[in-house]
Design a protein around this ligand. Sequence first.
Ligand SMILES: NC(=O)c1ccc[n+]([C@@H]2O[C@H](COP(=O)([O-])OP(=O)(O)OC[C@H]3O[C@@H](n4cnc5c(N)ncnc54)[C@H](O)[C@@H]3O)[C@@H](O)[C@H]2O)c1
Length: 251
Amino acid sequence: MTGLEGKVAIVTGGARGIGAAIADRLANAGASVVVGDLNDPGSDVYFHELDVTSEASIAAFFAAVLRDHGGLDVLVNNAGIMFEEHIEEHATESWNAMVAVNLTGPFLMTKHATPLLRQRGRGAIVNVSSIEAFACNPNHAAYAATKAGVMGLTAATAVDLGPIGVRCNAVAPGWIDTELNASYVDAHPDRDEVIAQLSKLHPVGHIGDTSDVGDVVAWLAGDESSFVTGQTITIDGGRTTRPSLPPIMGY
Ligand SMILES: NC(=O)c1ccc[n+]([C@@H]2O[C@H](COP(=O)([O-])OP(=O)(O)OC[C@H]3O[C@@H](n4cnc5c(N)ncnc54)[C@H](O)[C@@H]3O)[C@@H](O)[C@H]2O)c1
């Protein structure tokens, strides 16, 4: 029993990848899931178009959720984008675009969800950050900054909404096999070797699956984590726990 039975749960960016796995996991736990995304997943999940960068779109989305589901119990802020630019050449427009989706989006969604969660007198918000909140790859200034910002937003939301019975936590996934990063792997002539070398970076010996994130999000959204709030939980197979050593040393 997770306490998710009969609950209404929104998953932003739930049309594919990690968001789709979170939506599946919450639905399997008995929640009524609403996917908000730019794109219709085309499955039998309840979908309503949503652009998390537009407050008008967000207002219309919540009006539809209230009309069709009568309230809200769980919000998962998962929608995110990532592209690479060196900080010296980083265009301000692309910086702003990533901030708008990855950081302002979760802020606006949380703000608009709060009146509905307040009506219930309880609820859970789960934000999707990244291990790049703590350590980052080259050319990821905007991505890393937004994901660190999501950690701060998570703590602040937990503090502000705790008194109305709403918890807020985040997950920080490592390398998860999705379309977002498949292009980096596919660009290499030897895809299998890239996956093998990536896997070696992980103490558990493999990269992550979208369901690995779905399971932890479901736990944070449900009653079994009722005394956990303001936390960011890393889901990375131990990758950031092991500092790198030069291969010549034989490790
Ligand atoms: N894949 C990874 O390895 C990884 C690791 C750490 C964190 N994350 C984070 O997990 C989340 C999901 O990543 P993913 O790999 O599944 O990505 P993805 O690109 O496969 O899916 C992202 C989804 O978000 C939607 N989206 C994008 N902009 C939107 C907007 N303005 N409004 C509404 N929806 C929008 C897209 O349409 C898409 O369905 C992101 O926040 C990402 O930063 C991913």
